[in-house]
Design a protein around this ligand. Structure first.
Ligand code: B3K
Ligand code: ZN
Length: 884
């Protein structure tokens, strides 16, 4: 396998100006003809060989300027077709290849999903369709002619506008599409098959009427209304917030059951896996509705951030992904509840990015090298990338951020650019310089910021001393300090924010005011290893509210006492920090109980913690979804991640203990919350209803954990009476916490009810896979043989196998059975779909975090995997780095 390095980037020697593709779709084979207008890539002209990428292609012919190229004029190997001496200047090239989509189980390139044809080209899948310079800085205008059987493939779609269609002999027909915008080949798409559409329209701010179509198999059409709503909201939002208007007359979304990722932003022809489009109240949960809104938004927003302005090379992936994730987060916040969304996003960062960045797969958001780019669509790159974009907004404010975005598009529309270009646009538009900020792109590892505070009554000065440390990561032993924006407020003894008047740092005093109005939160620009910030005119010792809204993606280690934290939990005006205070208290509690558990002491819950949560639960002023989040304990992964030797058994035992104890002590309040949050209204996806259900479901799960007859009865009743999937599934999940007949019966009943709906069946798999009941490895093994399971469908694999790996007690079972299970599955999967297999094998990457017995067992599986014959590059890269 060949490693590709950022430092080796070179501009392409040849440019492609236009690309005309022709597909003759067939059941046995598909013929692809590609006609390319080539021009020299640098001013001096070139005579160097033209190397084209290619994979699993059968070459039928090459012509240059209309003449067949003789076989001594080119070379072919399994990865390339190289034209040895291309003509000088501009020339035409025509390449004909044959491919076999029906045999393509990797789901990249052109493949079949339930009979229909569909493509996935990002990152490097276009080379499975035809020989090409498969790199994002080669941007061309495309046409695409598709020819196929009219009965089998009545719908023929590609990017851009449909400019011609008609019937052909032999029951065939064709369609010709033209995309007026230049694009890299990873944004090319083709879909053909038996699909129907929901059609709607949107009038843009300049009055352009855009036809919107969502394509699915006919029976699923009724389930596309929420997706259509989401699309229209996204189009409106991007105009309002960023002034970005859609640029074609047609926007298509296609739903396919078999898809490696969530969705793909191909120009004007987005492709989605079913789960992220199809929804009905009976069969989809609030979580599904929210995910659909976010991902429909995400892919649509890529039209500007990714498509109109794209990446120079794949190392710059975060340029489009970090920015677009940030945009979809903001979109969802504006349409829902900002604090709750922020909590969810920060939790995701902590559970995916932090652990990865503390392990062998740590990499900066702009990686330095890769073997398979697909392995780098990680939490670091997406979620940390979004945090980096968010920091610009924190520094420049909403209007400064908008100015930066405007300048970015003004400078780079139609180009393939780098992260520095984005940084430069942001800084130039704001006349600013952010020292050390670019380190966020090149240094891996999560910085830890220590904060100590002191108050001097005499001078009425409150000081915060900050120090930062970025841990060593593979290949980066030494780190530079980062630019860290720390949003701070000071809370007085009555729980109110103090007005902040002036601050002393860097040897100067800065007056804080907002056009004469007092300010209550300020952003400290922390950019050295150590720095002190002194607030003046502080009349009493405050409790500092640090890192408000989670203003930087760091680990904060402050000297706040437990009573400070309880105080913030009860009073902070920054709701995010109220939640955070509760989480810090819960973490402290969990750590001390883990120590007790390891020393075989009896576990006991401190009453202050119970009282703190009770007060939150009883609040009538707090948002209900916020309450649900605030009474939820940090996940097991988050706690294990912070231990010197991760102990899944202890963490599991402690979390279960706290949950049950809270349920026991808060039983009356929890019951009241369940009953008072029932509703007989028809399902609606709006914040109030979602919040109500979230609180009710969280409380029900607590109660059912008690496994007492009255609460089991209650949960059963909720299950039976539920009129929507959100409540039905939550009740099922609540019941299935406890092994036994009730659990088995409920699971069976649910399956019988829903066996016709593969998306609901996937949930059913996931619920069992993530279960922590004893001996769950055997259950999951059994489910692998269930008739509804299919190793070729990524969604089912993510639900069952991915779900299982996310359940620490079972996956890390001390006898190694979980590891053995995964090892075997990875090898099977790798033969079918390397991208999916490599996502699964990542579960092993943090094996060194566990005790010696577990280390040995996990390592043995990794060694078994890496020595297997015919291993894919995808899995090889992860296994290799994990073992390094
Ligand atoms: N850009 C795609 C992800 C492609 C992943 C390739 N292995 C979808 C997205 O960002 O939403
Ligand atoms: Zn994206």
């Amino acid at each position: 396998p060949k490693e590709i390095f950022l430092k080796d980037y070179k501009k392409p020697d040849y440019l492609f100006d236009t690309v005309d593709l022709e597909f003759q779709l067939g059941d046995e084979k598909t013929m692809v003809t590609s006609k390319i207008a080539v021009s020299p890539g640098n001013e001096a002209g070139t005579s160097s060989p033209l190397a084209l990428h290619g994979c699993d292609l059968k070459l039928l012919s090459i012509k240059i300027n209309g003449t067949e190229l003789k076989s001594d004029k080119y070379t072919v190997d399994p990865r390339h077709l190289t034209i040895l001496t291309p003509p000088a200047g501009v020339f035409n090239m025509e390449i004909v290849t044959e491919i076999y989509p029906q045999l393509n189980t990797s789901l990249e390139g052109l493949y079949r999903s339930t009979g229909n044809f569909c493509t996935q080209c990002e990152a490097e899948g276009f080379r499975k369709i035809t020989y090409f310079q498969d790199r994002p800085d080669v941007m061309a205008k495309y046409t695409c002619r598709i020819e196929g059987d009219k009965t089998l493939y009545p719908v023929l779609l590609s990017n851009g506008n449909l400019i011609e269609q008609g019937d052909l002999e032999g029951g065939k027909h064709y369609a010709l599409w033209e995309d007026p915008f230049k694009k890299p080949c990873y944004l090319f798409a083709l879909v053909a098959g038996q699909l129907e559409c929901r059609e709607d329209s949107f009038v843009t701010c300049s009055g352009r009427k855009v036809t919107l179509r969502i394509w699915t198999p006919a029976q699923d059409l009724p389930k596309t209304s929420h997706a259509m709503y989401s699309l229209k909201e996204a189009m409106k939002w991007d105009e309002e917030v960023f002034g970005l208007e859609y640029d074609l007359d047609l926007f298509n979304i296609v739903v396919v059951p078999d898809f490696n990722m969530g969705a793909m932003e191909n120009k004007s022809l987005n492709v989605f896996q079913s789960r992220l489009v199809l929804a009905s109240p009976e069969a989809a949960t609030d979580g599904d509705y929210a995910a659909i809104l976010g991902v429909i938004g995400h892919e649509y927003f890529h039209n500007w951030t990714g498509n109109r302005v794209t990446c120079r090379d794949w190392f710059q992936l975060t340029l489009k992904e970090g920015l677009t994730v940030f945009r979809d987060q903001e979109f969802s916040s504006d349409l829902g509840c900002r604090t709750v969304k922020r909590i969810a996003d920060v939790s995701k960062l902590r559970s995916y990015q932090f652990p990865q960045d503390a392990g062998p797969m740590a990499h900066p958001i702009r990686p330095l090298s890769y073997i398979k780019m697909d392995n780098f669509y990680t939490g670091q790159l997406l979620f940390l990338g979004a945090e980096v974009v968010r920091m610009y907004k924190t520094m420049f404010g909403a209007s400064g951020f908008r100015k930066g975005m405007d300048l970015y598009f003004q400078r780079h529309d139609g180009q393939a650019v780098t992260c520095e270009d984005f940084y430069a646009a942001m800084c130039d538009a704001n006349n600013a310089h952010l020292p050390n900020f670019l380190q966020w792109y090149s240094q891996a590892g999560t910085p830890t910021v220590k904060v100590t505070s002191s108050y001097d009554e005499g001078s009425q000065a409150f000081s915060l001393k900050l120090s930062q440390e970025v841990p060593p990561t593979p290949g980066q032993p030494m780190k530079e300090p980062m630019f860290i924006p720390v949003a701070v407020g000071l809370v007085d003894s009555t729980g109110k924010d103090m007005p902040l008047t002036s601050i002393y740092s860097d040897g100067r005093v800065q007056t804080l005011s907002n056009d004469g109005h007092p300010i209550f939160t300020t952003v400290l620009q922390f950019k050295k290893n150590e720095e002190e910030f002194i607030f003046n005119n502080v009349p009493e010792r405050p409790v500092p509210s640090l890192l408000r809204g989670y203003s930087a993606p760091i680990r904060l280690d402050s000297d706040l006492t437990e009573s400070d934290l309880y105080f913030l939990l009860a009073n902070d005006s920054d709701e995010f920090n109220r939640w955070e205070a509760g989480q810090i208290l819960a973490r402290k509690l969990m750590f001390s109980l883990v120590a007790d558990f390891q020393q075989q002491k009896t576990l006991a819950l401190n009453t202050k913690f119970v009282d703190g949560l009770r007060a939150i639960l009883r609040s009538t002023s707090l948002d209900k979804e916020f309450i649900a989040k605030a009474i939820t304990l940090p996940g097991q992964g988050e706690i294990m991640d912070m231990m010197s030797i991760a102990d899944p058994d202890a963490v599991h035992a402690v979390r279960t203990f706290i949950k049950k104890e809270l349920a026991f002590q808060l039983k009356d309040d929890l019951l009241a919350a369940v009953t008072s949050n029932r509703s007989s209204e028809a399902y609606a996806f709006n914040h109030d209803s979602v919040a109500r259900r979230a609180l009710k479901n969280t409380c029900l799960a607590y109660l059912a954990s008690l496994n007492e007859p009255d609460v089991t009865e209650l949960a059963l009743n909720e299950y039976k009476c539920a009129t929507n999937m959100t409540e039905q599934f939550a009740a099922l999940a609540a019941l299935s916490q406890n092994p036994g007949q009730v659990r088995e019966d409920a699971l069976l009943d649910f399956y019988n009810k829903w066996q016709q709906d593969y998306l609901v069946v996937s949930k059913w798999f996931a619920l069992q896979a993530t279960s922590d009941i004893p001996g769950n490895v055997a259950n999951v093994q059994k489910l692998l043989a269930h008739p509804a399971f299919d190793m070729r469908n990524p969604n089912k694999v993510y639900s069952l196998i991915g779900g299982f790996c996310g359940s620490p007690v079972s996956f890390h079972a001390k006898d190694g059975s979980g590891y053995k299970f995964l090892g075997e599955v990875v090898l099977q999967l790798d033969k079918i779909n390397p991208q999916v297999a490599s996502r699964m094998v990542s579960a092993f990457s943090r094996w060194r975090r566990y005790d010696e017995t577990r280390q040995a067992l996990a390592k043995a599986q990794l060694e078994m995997i890496i020595s297997a014959n015919g291993l894919s590059e995808n899995v090889y890269e992860i296994a290799l780095k994990s073992l390094a």
